[in-house]
Design a protein around this ligand. Structure first.
Ligand code: KDG
Ligand code: MG
Length: 403
């Protein structure tokens, strides 16, 4: 079998997606996701100008060799654009291999370690009462794990808490980055109050999660972790930017609060120290950004020997294609933790017909061969690319902030 053609399809059914379609000379094809939110066209150029010409005529069964060829062969290793391009190709190749074997992908990865995959979804609100009402509503729909975010009183809504930034409403499409306002001083005492109210209202069975979005220093994160301990959070996500991995030792010295990290990581090298020193509890890499099925399987296998569990990033900008690939890995590995699933807009569901399905707080992969997600190119043609950016954040005095 040979790779005959590779298409890159860019479409915006509510938000932009970069989808790779690898077509073989035997008529089998595979679909991959190569989306980097806000930097989509950079990946398109990387694929079209530098990757695709080198892959035509190659054997699509040699997935590891193609992965290494693109990773080592480029000389310029790692980075979100390179790794999204490798991821898109890799996911499509695994889809082809599983289709050629006439199996669902999880079977090729070792078979099923579980029947259903626990997910978490998001609730945001402008004040604590609004968040509590939202959490109660999701719980009534059968969710067993919920991420809760609240706006800071007196400041405009921040990411995840209000209409302009609310991913679950598809609201992050902005032609220029929205500038949000941040205050660590006002945020720190607010979050424990949110989770106190949540525990009083929903009890102790529900898993509650919170995303700090890289905004604190290690000692601030340590304090927040301590303050949240009485409310038994499932995790505190991205408490600190992760470039300085040794900084997480400080958090560990002060709190037993489980830590989740890694949605912007691209390779095993980005999380090696965090995992090997057991500085985190959940690793949040996802197939589209960390080297496809090959990349995340390698990271999760490494994590398994350090008691670190998987938690693939799965917001709306991780397309249903990467979600499908994630779910097959989630199903197969021994150290699955949880899967983020923000759901998708109707237009996105229609453009990516998929075998995975939600029932309450769980997803199932379905039994379709391959990863079970396709692209309807006629629908895609109706939704051209729209320039769109994630927000940025500044402190109240105007200083640029992590978000
Ligand atoms: O594109 C980036 C967003 O998807 C990201 O900010 C969402 O933090 C996020 C999360 O946990 O899903
Ligand atoms: Mg996050």
């Amino acid at each position: 079998m040979k790779i005959k053609d590779i298409k890159v399809i860019v479409a915006s059914p509510g938000r932009n997606f970069v989808t790779v379609k690898i077509i073989t000379d035997e008529g089998l094809y595979g679909i991959g996701d190569a989306t980097v939110n806000g930097r989509e066209k950079a990946v398109v150029s990387y694929l079209v100008d530098h990757v695709i010409p080198c892959l035509i005529g190659r054997d699509p069964m040699q997935i590891e060799d193609i992965w290494q060829y693109l990773y080592k062969g480029a000389y310029w290793r790692r980075g979100p654009i390179t790794m999204a391009a490798i991821s898109g190709i890799d996911i499509a190749l695994w889809d082809i291999k599983a289709k050629a074997a006439n199996m669902p992908l999880y079977q090729l990865l070792g078979g099923s370690s579980r029947e259903r995959i626990m997910i978490y979804q998001h609730v945001g609100g402008l004040d604590i009462n609004e968040v509590v009402e939202g959490v109660v509503r999701l719980k009534e729909r059968g969710l067993v794990a919920i991420r809760a975010q609240v706006s800071i009183p007196g400041l405009p809504p921040i990411y995840g808490t209000g209409p302009s930034t609310d991913q679950s409403a598809g609201g992050m499409i902005q032609a220029r980055p929205v500038e949000e306002v941040w205050s660590t001083h006002k945020y720190m005492p607010l979050v424990p109050k949110l989770f106190e109210k949540l525990r009083d209202t929903v009890g102790w069975d529900l898993h509650l999660l919170h995303d700090v979005h890289h905004r604190l220093t290690p000692i601030e994160a340590a304090r927040l972790g301590k303050d949240l301990e009485p409310f038994r959070l499932f995790w505190l996500e991205d408490p600190v930017p992760a470039e300085l991995q040794e900084g997480f030792r400080l958090i560990r010295q002060h709190t037993t609060q489980p830590i989740a990290l890694g949605e912007i990581f691209n390779t095993i090298w980005d999380c090696q120290q965090l995992i090997a020193e057991q500085l985190i509890d959940y690793i949040r890499v996802t197939s589209v950004h960390a080297g496809g099925v090959t990349g995340i399987k390698r990271i999760f296998d490494f994590a398994s020997i350090y008691h670190v569990r998987s938690a693939c990033h799965g917001p709306m900008d991780v397309s249903p294609v990467a979600m499908g690939a994630n779910l097959h890995v989630d199903r197969a590995i021994p150290n699955f933790g949880i899967q983020e699933y923000s759901g998708y807009l109707e237009e996105t569901h229609a453009m990516f017909p998929h075998a995975f399905a939600q029932s309450g707080g769980y997803l199932t992969t379905g039994e379709a061969i391959g990863h079970g997600v396709d692209i309807d190119e006629k629908i895609a043609a109706k939704y051209p690319y729209e320039a769109a950016y994630l927000p940025v954040a500044r402190a109240e005095d105007g200083t640029m902030w992590s978000w």
